[in-house]
Write a protein that binds this ligand. Structure first.
Ligand code: SF4
Length: 310
């Protein structure tokens, strides 16, 4: 699953209590659950989390994230076919239909090509989606896979009451009962020093599966279609316990910020991809009025913006 807001929209699925504004009203409500994408947002920049979850500021669709959604849809749908028919040509043939479907369900994606009347950029973009789909066949053989689940929405409540949720791209279960969690990435594999950030999402899912099924997944697998890499990690219970402690600390910090209204910006080079510079004090902007009641911050509370993925 993608780590963009787009990916989060897939993860939230419109479910209740996840986001800051009730559908159809302007009433802001505090966040009630956590997904990997939003946890990563807070770790990257608390103010970005606020803009996305509390203020629900709109964001422009991006070519990369939209292509990720399209490729995910193609890979998922391919498993509808009998195993012998799960070929690269068949997968590529699904791209136009899934693009039509995406345009119907999310017409705003056409904004991406509003300045492309001849359709040349769109054609290149679709061709790149086909290349990503084709590359998958050099990494996995879908004719030999029978996923137990695809695009699986998962949600688990920790003892503290914190709800964790998200969508797992694929779950494979071996005849022995061993579970493998698979996530497709349409970007490139990160350098080794950044690999932990990518694995955080997978450990998050592993924690949810463990909480739901009392089974520690045997393997976590990231399939990077952009660079043709597969990254695996075999977690142990201690990994999941560590992630749970991390998420509880993160949730404490989010709750403190929600109650006090103090959401600190944390500028990094990732600001270049942030849609909210016009509202960000780091770029001379002003955040919109805070839509929730606030209390005075206490000294010595949880720190913002200092948490890494592990
Ligand atoms: S521009 Fe940077 S510092 Fe400002 S909200 Fe976005 S990510 Fe945070």
């Amino acid at each position: 699953m993608e780590t963009s807001i787009e990916g989060e929209e897939r993860a939230d699925g419109g479910g209740p209590g996840t986001v800051g504004v009730r559908a159809g009203t302007a009433t802001a409500i505090p966040p009630a659950s956590l997904s990997p994408s939003r946890a990563s947002d807070f770790m990257q920049c608390p103010l970005l989390y606020r803009f996305r979850v509390i203020d629900r500021l709109p964001e422009k669709p991006s070519e990369a994230a939209t292509r990720g959604t399209l490729v995910h849809a193609v890979l998922e749908r391919l498993f509808d076919a009998p195993a012998a028919d799960r070929t690269a040509p068949r997968a590529k043939s699904l791209v136009p239909g899934q693009w039509d479907r995406l345009r119907e369900t999310r017409p705003e994606v056409m904004e991406l090509f509003a300045d492309d009347p001849e359709g040349e950029r769109l054609a290149r973009w679709l061709a790149e989606a086909e290349r990503l789909v084709e590359r998958w066949f050099s990494l996995e053989d879908p004719s030999r896979l029978e996923p137990a689940e695809r695009e699986l929405f998962v949600e688990a409540e920790l003892d503290s009451g914190l709800r964790l949720r998200g969508i797992i791209d694929r779950v494979d279960v071996a005849p022995t009962g061993e579970v493998r969690i698979v996530d497709y990435k349409t970007g490139k594999a990160p350098r080794p020093e950044y690999a932990e950030g990518a694995l955080f999402q997978m450990k998050f899912y592993a924690l949810v599966v463990w909480r739901l099924k009392k089974v520690v997944p045997r393997r976590l697998q990231l399939v990077y279609l952009g660079s043709g890499d597969v990254v695996t990690y075999d977690p142990v219970l201690a990994d999941l316990e560590r992630v749970e402690r991390k998420l509880l600390a993160l949730w404490d910090a989010i709750r403190l910020a929600t109650e006090t209204g103090v959401w600190r910006p944390r500028p990094t080079k990732l600001c270049g991809w942030c849609d909210h510079q016009a509202h960000c004090p780091e770029f001379g902007g002003t955040p919109p009025p805070y839509p929730l009641p606030v209390r005075a911050p206490e000294s010595g509370g949880a720190q913002q913006g200092r948490m890494g993925p592990d």
